[in-house]
Design a protein around this ligand. Sequence first.
Ligand SMILES: Nc1ncnc2c1ncn2[C@@H]1O[C@H](COP(=O)(O)OP(=O)(O)OP(=O)(O)O)[C@@H](O)[C@H]1O
Length: 278
Amino acid sequence: MPTYQLQNLTVRHLRAPSAPALQAINLTIEQGEQLALIGPSGAGKTTLLATLSLSHKPAEGSFHAFGADPWALGEAARHRLRAQLFLAPQTPPLPPRQRVVTAVLAARLPQWSVWRALASLFKPADPQAAWQALSRFNLGDKLYSRVDRLSGGERQRCGLARLLLSPAKALLVDEPLSALDPALSELTLTTLREEAAARDATLICSLHQVELALAHFPRIVALRNGSVEFDLPREQVTPQMIAALYQGESQGEPPAAGSGTPHEDDALAVKLGVGACL
Ligand SMILES: Nc1ncnc2c1ncn2[C@@H]1O[C@H](COP(=O)(O)OP(=O)(O)OP(=O)(O)O)[C@@H](O)[C@H]1O
């Protein structure tokens, strides 16, 4: 059974109902697949991840997660389905005065009784597990730091350590590298991929770093203006496609795709891909 099946899906934001953020999206994502979402700013990547995490109700089309239409289910059943999905937002909503250990262990809240959850606020239930998760992102030494004393990149990795402790079977990660240096970016993507593979979870990750998306993910889904521009194995993604995807998004108009030498096109594509996140 696929993790997700989307047919002709349209999603509108309440504050901008006339301009759909996603339109006519068709996607089937199998369990255990690892794919990167790329595309220029405003293309709809965050909206798609939020829709996949059941945070947005689609306006039109058909949507199934783990074989069920979440929006045809009752509240309790949808809540159980939601527990199988973990969305790591670009800026994780971590309580600023909380200690890192407590914030990370909060990933287990859906599995805990109210009493256990309350007790864990005062005495963390499993600090060893939190330390192990943090260590996989080079953050073990921050176990007892306060969240508001972390740098942006540390906070981002703290949010990802939460993901490691959740039992979810679909891991949805929104721009995990925006505050990370190149070495930490590599470590982060490798850790996410290893974790997903180890538990046969589906991994869907939005990225502005096109070269990292191509290096780490076997399937690339490109969005532009709320539609799927291409959905291909990475071997079939060409520099020209990348240039066309980001055309008009960088300063100045790029030359027509394919007009330069292959080497020039390559350099252009990488420049445009990286430039999109600046
Ligand atoms: N809360 C909102 N209310 C109204 N419109 C929104 C809202 N959030 C996003 N949008 C619009 O929906 C479209 C898709 O935005 P989205 O954030 O999904 O793009 P994105 O590809 O994730 O962009 P970025 O790479 O900049 O994060 C954009 O046109 C955006 O302006």
